[in-house]
Design a protein around this ligand. Structure first.
Ligand code: ZN
Length: 567
């Protein structure tokens, strides 16, 4: 491709609306064009990258036994009512009516449709297992689209679905998909972490997220550098500070004027925060829930939601707390009635805590569980945090930010039961098909790759997904001999199978051209100039190298072939 024919132009200045590096660089390098909030066109340079990613995905999915199909984005809403997901997605679901007034949706995912297809085609256990996948456009009416291609309202996704007769078979499909995902990321040149994830309310057993580490990512991953334990923040468990056992003291009121927070309380009484109990109030499906957790810990709302089997969970507001007769800032599980109480396991780890007294400006010393209060549910609802150690090996846990670039999930029989997708087992009995689902956001993977791989000059494309391998730059192209040599090299490299972007502009200065090369970040820069021509060489520089080398014109092809990843 010749730069003079390229429809896009690079921008010299940072677009003001871009918050993250990938968004800024993708706009500046002319990879994407914003049409509306969270809606982008992939321009030719990005589309070449995306097609490479898609090809890698297709090859690995096929190798793992997947069959590609294409399902419609436009679907009757009725299908979504049968599974209750119309309500569950709420305003995130793009809804519309056709000309006959029939409610329709633009699908954010395809479990309903794919289950219908399998229901119509699978009769017996002999027809299973089946893995179906597609690469297709999804729609999600995000309240806050952000970060370029990371959080958008229309996006390309590879979604796969497995259908199995039993749990062992599901496990095989799940492992095959996990391995395919690892292969896909490795072949894209991206070091992706596989993290245990929460499997949510639908009732699946296993779930893993694939996270590309970048400081600006929305997700937090907790890893153990010693044994390799990796989980996302919602799922992770850590071992927190242990306290020495003490002889139980009796409860004793203490005046705490104006103290409303754990920090304030700990300072006022000159104790550490792990010697206090923190009270947190939630509304779970409309019911007030009183949570007690050790003062040095935070509540993991996903774990709490799962423990309560709640479909909706949020913090209670002051009015809701007051209505239950509780004193915010000095609330306590001691003596309360008529409120559901949940205790984190940490309340059993220690003695003689300071806790609220349900009385303004007053706390109690010497609180001990279960002597002084009971709870309805006692379970682990603590968020793993910095300073905690690995539950398997004891090493200090590490925290990373990242972007989720894939998610695999054992669904169980939720969809097959809701939609009546059954099969006849070996004993001749009807059974619901067991399902799994497996997603990769394709555009998001490109954005995350750029987020992880850039410097202050521009993108540093991993070679396997770079739109072109070689950025050929001609300097002083008004010089006929230089133009002729650059043109010859451009043709030769293409004949040899290299993908080449040729900066054939006769007007640009060397500085402008080199800035554009660094901004787009293709793996290799080749320079043809009058001086190089005279010496019979071409200047070769890899994107991250400080210095370049001179390669005899006749050796260029062999030299490129010897570079890793450049084919
Ligand atoms: Zn460990």
């Amino acid at each position: 491709m010749r730069v003079t024919q390229l429809v896009t132009k690079s921008l010299r200045d940072d677009p003001p609306e871009a918050e993250t590096a990938s968004h800024r660089l993708m706009l500046r390098a002319g990879l994407i064009h914003q049409v509306a909030a969270g809606i982008y066109a992939s321009l030719p340079l990005a589309w070449k990258s995306i097609r490479k990613i898609e090809n890698i995905i297709r090859e690995e999915m096929d190798k793992a036994g997947g069959q590609e199909l294409l399902m419609p984005a436009l679907q009757p809403r009725e299908l979504w009512e049968q599974t209750g997901r119309g309500a569950a997605f709420g305003d995130n679901l793009f809804s519309l009516e056709d000309r006959r007034g029939r409610p329709m949706v633009l699908a954010p995912t395809h479990e309903e449709v794919v289950t219908g297809i399998v229901k119509a085609n699978v009769q017996s256990y002999r027809d299973l297992p089946v893995i179906l996948y597609q690469i297709q456009t999804k729609f999600r009416d995000e309240p806050r689209p952000r970060a370029g291609l990371v959080r958008v309202r229309e996006f390309a996704m590879k979604d796969a679905y497995s259908f199995n007769a039993d749990e062992d078979s599901l496990d095989d499909s799940y492992q095959a998909m996990a391995q395919a995902y690892k292969n896909i990321y490795r072949r894209c040149g991206l070091p992706v972490l596989m993290a245990e994830a929460d499997s949510g309310a639908i009732g699946g057993k296993d779930s893993h997220e694939f996270i590309l580490a970048t400081p600006t990512g929305e997700d937090t991953v907790i890893t153990c550098p010693s044994c390799g334990y990796t989980a996302n923040a919602e799922k992770a468990s850590g071992v927190y500070r242990q306290l020495d056992a003490e002889a139980e003291e009796s409860l004793q009121e203490v005046s705490t004027p104006g103290i409303k927070t754990i920090d304030g309380l700990a300072k006022f009484l000159n104790i550490s925060d792990d010697k206090t109990f923190k009270a947190v109030f939630y509304m779970a499906d409309g019911e007030l829930v009183f949570v007690t957790i050790r003062g040095d810990l935070e509540v993991n709302e996903v774990k709490l939601k799962n423990a309560l089997h709640a479909s909706e969970l949020r913090l209670a507001d002051d009015q809701e707390v007051a209505k239950a007769g509780l004193v915010a800032g000095s609330a306590s599980a001691i003596g309360i009635q008529g409120v559901k109480r949940v205790g984190d396991l940490s309340i059993t780890k220690g003695n003689n805590f300071v806790v609220g007294a349900n009385k303004l400006d007053t706390h109690l010393r010497g609180a001990n569980y279960p002597r002084d209060f009971q709870v309805d549910i006692l379970t682990d609802i603590a968020l793993a945090g910095p300073g905690q150690s690995c539950a398997s090996c004891g090493h200090a846990l590490e925290f990373l930010r990242g972007v989720e670039v894939g998610h695999i999930f054992k669904l169980g029989t939720f969809f097959s039961e809701a939609l009546g997708a059954n099969f006849l087992d070996q004993g001749g009995h009807q059974q619901p098909i067991i399902m799994g689902c497996y997603g990769i956001g394709v555009g998001r993977l490109l954005a995350a790759a750029i987020e992880q791989n850039h410097d202050d000059k521009g993108i540093v494309f991993p070679a396997p997904i770079a739109p072109y391998q070689v950025h050929l730059v001609g300097l002083n192209l008004a010089d006929e001999q230089v133009a002729e040599e650059a043109e010859r090299l451009y043709q030769e490299l293409q004949d040899q199978g290299f993908e080449v972007l040729y900066d054939d502009r006769t007007d640009g200065s060397a500085g402008v051209k080199f800035n554009d090369v660094d901004l787009l970040g293709l793996p290799v820069r080749l320079v043809v100039s009058p001086r190089n021509l005279k010496a019979g060489v071409v200047e070769l520089k890899q994107r991250l190298d400080e210095s370049s080398s001179m390669v005899p014109t006749n050796d260029v092809v062999a030299t490129l072939r010897a570079l890793p990843d450049v084919t």
